[in-house]
Design a protein around this ligand. Structure first.
Ligand code: MF3
Ligand code: CO
Length: 273
């Protein structure tokens, strides 16, 4: 059942989404080679609680950390650990919060130092594909229109692998609500979008093949071919003319550009093939 939000509820959800954006921008300040993902997770938990919210992933179906921190070939649901980030690593930080009873859930992929050229392009194209999907999050369109736009830009245009096993979703009082929002599919397929529906749209795109597997810990999802994967996620509200993006990348990108230890995709000069 799809749950439509009132304008007041959407404003509360904007606060939840923005708290995730603020947490990600805070983390972007001190990302560098040598820090552990466990230290990042600890800081995320503290920052969220300091802002009168709770980290929603912790204990969700038994998930044992505040956030999902996925390095290189880890697609999603990576466990924070004591390994130090290395120059050239890419790291996806996915954070969920509950603030005033409403969920925020979004993610950003950072690059430590200088990643390889093909990885820089993967980052840029995946972020572009998220916005191409968001452009379709309009009342009267279908989830398949979002899916098709993301798949076209990543798989068809660049030959990347689009993960099939994991999808975006509705968001509200629950972390996962209807509808599912795949990153692949046919135009006009799936569920019809209504004004006031809030969606987490989240392309997970592999540099190589689309196949993934889950580790024995029951969570960590990796690419089968060991090549890197990128994940960007925004929370958006479906509207009549243009979707309203509730989360905010601009504050994250500002810190990303200010941090000399990070590669910022928006600074990249990448040539199309
Ligand atoms: N962004 C992911 C999702 O929407 C994160 C959930 S993972 C878990 O499904 F840790 F919460 F389980
Ligand atoms: Co999500």
């Amino acid at each position: 059942m799809m749950i439509i939000k009132t304008n007041e509820q959407v404003e509360l959800m904007r606060q939840s989404a923005l708290l995730v954006s603020k947490t990600l921008s805070e983390i972007a300040k001190d990302l560098k080679a040598g820090i552990t993902t466990l230290s990042i997770d600890k800081k995320i938990g503290e920052f969220v609680r300091d802002h009168h919210a709770v980290p929603s992933f912790l204990d969700y179906r038994g998930y044992p950390f505040n956030a999902c921190i996925s390095v290189n070939d880890v697609v999603v649901h990576g466990f924070p650990n004591k390994n130090e980030l290395q120059e050239g690593d890419i790291v996806t930080i996915d954070i969920g919060v509950i603030l005033n009873g409403w969920h925020g859930d979004h993610a950003y992929t950072f690059a430590i130092g200088e990643p390889a050229e093909d990885v820089k392009q993967l980052i840029r194209v995946t972020k572009e594909s998220l916005y191409k999907g968001i452009e379709k999050a309009i009342a009267g369109n279908y989830t398949g229109d979002i899916a098709f736009a993301i798949q076209e830009h990543t798989e068809k245009k660049h030959g990347y692998g689009v993960v099939r096993e994991l999808v975006g979703h509705g968001l509200g009082r629950n972390l996962h609500e209807d509808p599912q929002v795949p990153n692949y599919g046919k135009r006009g397929s799936g569920k019809k979008l209504k004004e006031g529906l809030v969606l987490a749209i989240e392309p997970m795109i592999n540099l190589g093949k689309r196949e993934v597997y889950t580790e024995e810990d029951g969570w960590t999802v990796r690419t089968k071919d060991g090549k890197p994967s990128v994940h960007f996620e925004h929370d958006v509200c479906v509207r009549k003319v243009k979707a309203d993006i509730l989360s905010d990348y601009s504050i994250i990108e500002k810190e990303e550009k200010n941090n000399p230890n990070l590669f910022a995709a928006s600074k990249a000069v990448v040539s199309y093939p």
